[in-house]
Write a protein of this length. Structure first.
Length: 244
């Protein structure tokens, strides 16, 4: 159980991390009609959940916040789309009823019902929204595809973050600690000797990184490996059989 002082210090650390991520990654993808404070609050929640330990973790937190923000945007715009379409349908009906009434010289309600009936409500009903969905389903489906794309980006960031922490980040700490313990140079050695020691350490670290990268590539999803290894297509559309 954290004490109030520890909670205060923890919050200060998370706020500092939030400021560092915003400074290093530039402006957030927040539109003028959106709430920038809500974006900051979302990123702060992700920082609280994952407690980024290095710069790579901070980059993953930024990408995770952006993808989740886009998901919520497209979901919200689906609702906005139906609401806007429903209001347009209602306004068109009111306008058509008013024009017909003016054309008939102020006919009675019975005469107006034979043409375009005036809506009895001023806000869209569920039937209006259903018709709006029917008429604007193409745009609605486009927003749904964008939302699914943002969700795929978010899931990919989560996979990369987990893979980084369990793979490269974890092994990197072991490698660097090992190198510092085994090859700690004497601070009073001549500069040429220090340079040779550091070059030796750098070569060993590079070799360790190569082995780690090979392990990471071996554990990548098959779809990503196939997409990476697929040869580039001929932009002219021909193939080797056609060329022969």
């Amino acid at each position: 159980m954290l004490t109030p002082e520890q909670k205060k210090q923890r919050k200060a650390v998370f706020l500092r991390l939030l400021a560092e991520i915003k400074q290093s990654c530039g402006r957030p993808p927040v539109l003028s009609s959106e709430d920038a404070q809500a974006y900051d609050h979302m990123m702060l929640q992700f920082i609280t959940c994952f407690s980024p330990r290095d710069f790579m973790d901070q980059q993953f937190i930024k990408d995770l916040t952006d993808a989740t923000w886009e998901m919520l945007r497209y979901s919200r715009h689906q609702t906005v789309h139906l609401e806007r379409k429903g209001k347009q349908l209602l306004e068109n009906r009111l306008k058509a009823a008013a024009q017909q009434k003016q054309a008939t010289g102020g006919a009675s309600a019975e005469g107006n019902s034979a043409g375009v009936p005036a809506p009895s409500h001023q806000t869209p009903t569920e039937l209006d929204h259903a018709e709006a969905l029917e008429r604007g389903r193409d745009h609605f489906m486009c927003l749904d595809q964008l939302r699914n794309l943002a969700m795929a980006k978010r899931n990919d960031v989560l996979w990369q973050l987990e893979h980084y922490r369990e793979g490269l980040a974890k092994n990197l700490l072991c490698v660097t600690d090992k190198m510092l313990q085994e090859h700690r140079p004497d601070p009073f050695s001549p500069p040429t000797q220090l340079g040779a020691e550091f070059r030796k350490v750098s070569a060993e670290v590079a070799e360790e990184f190569s082995e780690l990268n090979a392990e990471i590539e071996a554990t990548q999803p098959s779809s990503l490996s196939a997409a990476r290894d697929e040869p580039p297509r001929d932009p002219s559309g021909g193939d080797e059989h056609g060329a022969g």
